[in-house]
Ligand binder design. Structure first.
Ligand code: ADP
Ligand code: ADP
Length: 226
């Protein structure tokens, strides 16, 4: 079974705008997959639908064979999402944000504490654990979002433009971190509008434009055609 399977997905927003026309693609377990496209192509809409924040108009989504319509709670346990906007409480402390997230997944506090320590250390945020989120830099907030999405150790991690607005040095260290998580077996999908990012990280790619998948291939064969 695919880590993610999207079939004939369509989305028309309430104002009548058709953001997704007929989207189908699959991502295999263990893959590092890029969804590449310009602003407005429909990438965030797809992610919103996968995590049930956006209602789809038609089509189906399944995560490791679990249809998100029929069993979203089970699918959600396998899924970690890093949205583009910072959506944690700015006045909460870093460690509390992670403990709260562990609570959403029903994790015992001890386990949530161990995982928090592990990911805060790996993401170089451990010395910020007692700091309120609002005091963090943009790059730190982004890494906090990644730690939060990993706390329940999802099998599929989806990141929406994870390095947007991040300087080149931090971008490279985030790339190394994601490569490590992928090497440990987590399937990763990221959206980006930088071909360079897709090229240096990912094995397979779908290119989306105006709500349509215009290419779906390996990075290797894509680079040959350029
Ligand atoms: P991307 O993530 O690739 O930049 P989005 O999925 O955010 O693209 O947006 C796809 C298209 O849908 C854009 O044209 C955007 O303006 C439009 N759109 C997004 N959200 C809404 C909404 N709530 N209502 C109407 N149109 C929307
Ligand atoms: P629920 O729909 O289960 O009540 P919420 O939408 O209230 O969950 O989300 C609770 C918190 O978890 C929010 O901070 C939200 O951004 C985050 N969240 C939701 N879904 C995911 C996910 N799949 N991966 C990571 N964080 C998520």
């Amino acid at each position: 079974t695919a880590a993610l399977s999207i079939q004939n997905l369509q989305k028309t927003y309430e104002n009548g705008f058709q953001a997704l026309k007929d989207i189908s693609f699959a991502v295999q377990p263990g893959d590092f997959f890029a969804l590449l496209g310009p602003n407005g192509a429909g990438k965030s809409t797809i992610i919103g639908i996968i995590c049930s924040l956006v209602r789809k108009t038609a089509g189906s989504v399944s995560i490791f064979g679990i249809d998100t319509d029929s069993n979203f709670p089970a699918a959600k346990r396998l899924l970690g999402v890093v949205p583009q906007e910072f959506n944690f409480s700015q006045f909460e402390k870093v460690s509390d944000i992670l403990m709260t997230q562990g609570g959403f997944y029903g994790m015992p506090r001890k386990l949530a504490g161990e995982r928090s320590e592990k990911y805060l250390k790996q993401l170089d945020l451990w010395d910020k654990r007692g700091t309120q989120a609002r005091m963090l830099s943009g790059g730190m907030k982004r890494r906090l979002m990644i730690a939060r999405a990993l706390i329940h150790e999802p099998k599929l991690l989806i990141l929406d433009e994870p390095t947007a607005g991040v300087d080149i040095e931090l971008r490279r260290s985030m790339w190394r971190f994601l490569e490590r998580i992928n090497a440990q077996g987590t399937t990763i999908i990221l959206t980006t509008h930088y071909l360079e990012e897709a090229e240096s990280l990912c094995r397979n790619i779908a290119i989306i434009d105006k709500g349509i998948i215009v290419e779906n291939t390996s990075i290797k064969s894509l680079l040959k055609t350029l």
